[in-house]
Write a protein that binds this ligand. Sequence first.
Ligand code: AMP
Ligand code: ZN
Length: 136
Amino acid sequence: MSENCIFCKIANGEIPSATLYEDEDFRVILDLGPASKGHALILPKEHAANIFELPDDLAAKAIVLAKKIATTLKEGLHADGVNIVQNNGEVAGQTVFHFHMHIIPRYKGDTVNMGWKPGELTEEAKEEILGLFKNA
Ligand code: AMP
Ligand code: ZN
């Protein structure tokens, strides 16, 4: 647990939260500033600032848990779809620096906005990026 980390305190029960689910590794809570009805956050109990610091075993468990939470929310709230979002770094929109996954139910006609303008894949960029994975 990291001192002065609000999600460490919430995940470990030091600060109360609207908890949807809890096990030995995670707590799932309702977001206080929901993008849509049912917006939930998956928080590991162990501190990791972002996905790069998250141990592989917790990363694997997190996606299975995300599937379970997304399923219950979608069915229970009659949502039409679900976004699973995970931000790393300020430039990527991260505001709380304790790894978390957003589960955001989507409803036809809602006003949730997480789009981007499609760019163009240049030959130069493609070759550079393919090169990163040649020996991976
Ligand atoms: P991100 O921008 O990906 O770091 O997401 C942070 C999320 O945490 C935002 O959606 C906030 O609304 C939410 N949030 C911040 N503080 C709290 C809190 N104390 N309880 C619940 N959700 C929170
Ligand atoms: Zn933390």
